[in-house]
Design a protein around this ligand. Structure first.
Ligand code: FES
Length: 129
């Protein structure tokens, strides 16, 4: 599945998309203010999702920048600015809000990351039902 197909059809149409309720991690596996990537499937066609955390809240997104449809990170699990204020795309520096993935500044301002709904239950992070 190409990234542009993923964008057109949504993350849960990916053949390796996890089922609702899938366990992702324990909240403490993601340092406060940071992000962590999860891959579903193998190779270049794997579905890449990342979760960013602030305190006891977490938000999930497809790891695909709405500017050029490429992964945001250039290093493993590097998804945020150094001050932990923004999710950032390493390619052209677009910055996105943690809470809804909307791009506040950069070449795709006003567009948004594709949300992957997650829930925090106690200390467990799962895909939402
Ligand atoms: S590819 Fe992400 S800002 Fe250009």
């Amino acid at each position: 599945m190409r990234r542009t197909d993923l964008v057109a059809e949504g993350w849960n149409s990916h053949p390796d998309a996890p089922r609702p309720g899938t366990f992702l991690c324990v909240l403490d596996d993601i340092p406060d203010g940071e992000g962590h990537e999860f891959r579903f499937g193998a190779g270049p066609s794997a579905l890449r999702v990342f979760v960013v955390r602030r305190g006891r809240s977490a938000w999930g997104y497809v790891n695909c920048c709405p500017h050029n449809f490429v992964p945001l990170n250039d290093q493993p699990d590097r998804f945020v600015t150094f001050d932990h204020e923004w999710v950032i795309c390493s390619v052209h520096g677009a910055v996105f809000r943690y809470e809804d993935g909307v791009c506040e500044d950069g070449p795709c301002a006003g567009r948004a990351l594709e949300r992957v709904p997650v829930v925090v239950e106690g200390r467990v992070v799962r895909l939402a039902a």
